[in-house]
Design a protein around this ligand. Structure first.
Ligand code: ZN
Length: 464
């Protein structure tokens, strides 16, 4: 039953809800609707007005639900799609060495494609319509990252893809495996694969600055300047990173990134947990975006990102799930809830952040951090039609405050319909592009291959 997004038409829809939370200038519309045709949002208004203007449109929603822009998952690693549930008690550097390194040596294009299609179901059913991915691997035999593009296209998700290359031993990522030329060639192959993809674009991936040789860092900055590419990386995730950066370069990672020109290209940085005021000032001056990953920060015990300070400084901040293995799920609704809870418990003050701020981060904030806010992130006429309807679940049955109900009360059970670029990818709580049961069967042998060939099974990290 797996059809792929190509089989779905961009129809004319009215997505109807008791509340339409636009995250744009129109604010929250009561008894509202969003008019979608040919993949774009045409108008947002009250149900009574819009239903009179476009009576022939297909109506999605019975007027009891909540409509939002699609969520922007600003940081994940689909390279971990088939490796969840391993090493959850390890710190980042040990986790990189014991899990990500061995895993990355055996990942193939097929693993990438099928793993992406599998996790796309989880992403879509938690309201995600755009995913910013970094595929981390060290398989010298294949440009494995390229498979992500086909997986996203099959699922019908909007995506930004990157290859999280590293070439140094002993770092948090892959072992030495290849040359700078081989790595640049894979970036070029991945960028080429996105050219024919309707909804997938490219960024230059830097797994971590510390995981790269100075030669590779230089080659990357040169390539970005030359080609006009943006960067997707990790920055200031753990205290260990900052100690290692001081040892190697005599300065903090962000200072080094700036010194080599990496902050002078459009950049989105995962984490920004350990930030001095001077680090925040630097990101503001360079216009960098941040992806906040509360679940991964908690699982790896990395720390609490200073979200209020980042937002107050004017830095665009989005929310990410982080990789399927450093989170163990791709449930964006959980990441959204945790983003709020982590700030509250850290400050011992429930008033430090509210549901609307967190929803903003998950939508328009993430779009800004990716430089895509003119296209997605809010429900506004002219933007692409990435729309989610929450309806038909006890979790959204009581709606005294729709934003609070979504942030604190909703799970994927509440996601009824998801439109991506005007295509109805989730209809009545089911993914229409990738059949869940079939995809689970399809990846079964791949999960075995990952456990066996990486030796993660023999090392005791997998019970398979
Ligand atoms: Zn990450």
């Amino acid at each position: 039953m797996t059809h792929g997004a190509g089989g779905l038409d961009r129809g004319e829809f009215l997505v109807r809800g008791e509340w339409v939370l636009t995250m744009g200038p129109a604010g929250d519309v009561r008894d509202g609707a969003v008019h979608v045709s040919d993949g774009a949002i045409r108008s947002v208004g009250t149900w009574s007005d819009l239903s009179a203007i476009v009576p022939a449109a297909t109506v999605i929603g019975d007027g009891t639900g909540i409509v939002t822009p699609g969520f922007v998952n600003t940081h994940t690693h689909l390279s971990e799609a088939l490796a969840t549930g391993m090493g959850s008690e390890l710190r980042l550097f040990q986790w990189g060495e014991h899990i990500v390194g061995p895993l990355g040596e055996v990942l193939t294009v097929e693993d990438a494609r099928e793993g992406t299609a599998l996790r796309s179901i989880e992403l879509l059913l938690s309201g995600v319509t755009t995913v910013n991915d970094m595929f981390v691997h060290g398989n010298p035999r294949e440009f494995a990252s390229v498979g992500v593009v086909a997986g996203l296209e099959l699922a019908g998700l909007r995506g930004v893809v990157s290859f999280g290359a590293e070439d140094l031993p002993g770092g948090p990522g892959t072992p030495p495996w290849t040359s700078v030329e081989r790595i640049i060639d894979e970036h070029l192959a991945l960028e080429a694969a996105t050219r024919d993809a309707e909804l997938v674009s490219f960024r230059y991936g830097v797994g971590t600055l510390l995981g790269q040789s100075d030669e590779l860092l230089r080659a990357g900055v040169d390539a970005c300047r030359d080609k006009g590419w943006g960067v997707h990386t990790h920055l200031h995730e753990t205290r260990e990173e900052l100690a290692a950066s001081a040892d190697r370069w005599g300065r903090r990672t962000a200072e080094h990134a700036d010194a080599i020109g990496m902050l002078s290209v459009p950049i989105i940085a995962g984490h920004a947990v350990w930030m001095l005021d001077s680090d925040i000032d630097l990101l503001v001056r360079r216009g960098a975006g941040v992806a906040h990953n509360p679940v991964a920060n908690m699982i790896l015990g990395s720390g609490v990102a200073p979200i209020r300070a980042l937002l107050a400084a004017g830095i665009p901040v989005g929310i990410g799930t982080d990789g399927a293995a450093s989170n163990d799920s791709q449930n964006m609704l959980e990441a959204i809830k945790m983003a709020a809870l982590l700030q509250k418990v850290h400050a011992l003050d429930p008033g430090v952040i509210d549901a609307s701020t967190v929803l903003e981060m998950a939508t328009i904030g993430g779009a800004r951090a990716l430089g895509m806010d003119s296209v997605i992130g809010s429900l506004e006429p002219g933007k692409r039609a990435d729309v989610v309807l929450f309806q038909g679940s006890v979790e959204v049955a009581v709606r005294h405050d729709p934003a609070a109900q979504l942030v604190y009360g909703a799970s994927p059970r509440a996601v009824s319909d998801v439109l991506v670029d005007g295509r109805r990818i989730v209809a009545n709580h089911r993914c229409a592009t990738v059949d869940e049961a079939e995809q689970i069967e399809r990846v079964r042998p791949l999960v075995d291959h990952v456990a066996r060939d990486s030796t993660l099974g023999a090392a005791g990290w997998s019970k398979r």
